[in-house]
Design a protein around this ligand. Structure first.
Ligand code: KIV
Ligand code: ZN
Length: 386
């Protein structure tokens, strides 16, 4: 019998970690619209902002809390009483509020950033969760720079914040420094060495400084994390956060992993466009899942395979992510099969002899242009006829 599939909680931080990016300011109306779309998409948690950071952010978290009914709304804080009080106030009208509080736990954060000691950090972590618990039940604790935190100390931090009442522990690879094996082992170590670990959900939060955010998040899930944090289009501090569209499609496609999410994948393309348009952060054409070229085929060999069977070169049906269709782009690298296929689509059928002649003219056109349009195809026919 097939084992029961395990649910992975999708935590979206587009409006907090994503919006932190220079130049990608969103106004309140845009944030509410994105939040509504995230709820429709099926994310489980929306991190709506960092309420103490500015009056605007406070107001946005407050408004989003009023407009969203089913999804958990989370507000970020530092491990400071004032931050927690302000976040609690901003979340006052949320149906399902969560406060995310935390502190840096790596040696460099403790010694250089805080000029403190492990003992003091343990106390601050414990006290911040205890304090946040006075306002809301659902408390996520983040051990900032967990990726570079020594595992034994991280285990002590986890044990302590669970005693204080944390419901979720977030283990950010803040600097995107870990290798997937390392990050996976870290999660496994905590599961095996923290006595009260069964009382919390472990969460991944991986940055992409070495291009490993997705791989690290998947390693985390495979080793026991049950919540994954990320953003639409992977926007976020520096090189960005984990692109949620990638995580969701990996879990959907790799059935053998035995995980599922609540995401309506057919909305991924639309929400990606919405976030890109509002934030002004354009999506690279070759971006996995939602880039313009993700379902475009241009070399003759690939196009021939695609015409015979889509599965030869596509592991995702574009419709699954809400993209209308795959396309065969006609360039100087295309072959006769793609040319015949594209002509057929606009209503022309040719004999083999005719196509041989047309193909030679097509190549002359294609060498001059990046891409041959339907209009160009008609011009080619006209030039043959004249
Ligand atoms: O990357 C990080 O460590 C964070 C935390 C504040 C959650 O964004
Ligand atoms: Zn982050």
């Amino acid at each position: 019998m097939q084992p029961k599939k395990i649910k992975i909680i999708i935590f979206d931080t587009t409006l907090r970690d994503g919006e932190q990016v220079p130049g990608c300011k969103l106004n309140e109306k845009e944030k509410i619209l994105i939040a509504k779309n995230l709820e429709l998409l099926g994310v489980d948690v929306i991190e709506a902002g960092f309420p103490i950071s500015s009056p605007g952010d406070f107001q946005s978290v407050r408004e989003i809390s009023k407009h969203i009914s089913n999804t958990i709304i989370c507000g970020l804080t530092r491990a400071k009483k004032k931050d927690i009080e302000i976040a609690a106030l901003a979340l006052k009208d949320a149906k399902r509020p969560r406060i995310q509080t935390g502190i840096g736990t790596s040696e460099s954060h403790i010694k250089q950033k805080f000029q403190s000691t492990e003992e003091k950090i343990l106390d601050i972590a414990y006290e911040s969760v205890k304090y946040a618990k006075k306002f809301v039940e659902d408390i996520e604790f983040y051990a900032e720079d967990a990726g570079r935190t020594e595992n034994l100390f991280l285990a002590k931090v986890c044990e302590k914040v669970i005693q204080a009442g944390a419901t979720v522990i977030n283990l950010p690879d803040t600097t995107g420094y870990c290798l997937p094996e390392e990050y996976g082992k870290k999660i496994k170590f905590l599961i095996e060495n923290v006595p009260n670990i069964d009382q919390v959900t472990l969460s991944t939060h991986c940055h992409d400084d070495l291009g490993l955010a997705t791989a690290n998040s998947i390693a985390g899930i495979k080793n026991g994390a049950r919540q994954v944090e990320g953003t639409i289009n992977g926007i976020g501090e520096r090189a960005g956060n984990t692109p949620l569209e990638e995580i969701v499609m990996i879990l959907k496609k790799k059935k053998e992993l035995n995980f599922f999410t609540n995401i309506n994948t057919k909305m991924l393309y639309t929400i990606s466009k919405l976030v890109s348009q509002y934030t002004g952060m354009f999506v690279p054409q070759n971006k996995a899942i939602i880039g313009k070229n993700a379902f475009s085929h241009s070399s003759g060999i690939h196009q021939d395979g695609m015409i015979k069977n889509r599965g030869t070169y596509e592991i995702i049906n574009p419709k699954e992510v809400g993209y209308k269709t795959s396309s065969l782009i006609l360039t100087a690298r295309s072959g006769r099969s793609a040319l015949i296929y594209r002509y057929k689509k606009i209503g022309y059928v040719f004999t083999k002899y005719q196509i041989d002649t047309i193909y030679q003219i097509f190549l002359i056109y294609a060498d001059k242009k990046k891409e041959i349009s339907d209009e160009n195809l008609k011009q080619i026919i006209n030039s043959v006829r004249n």
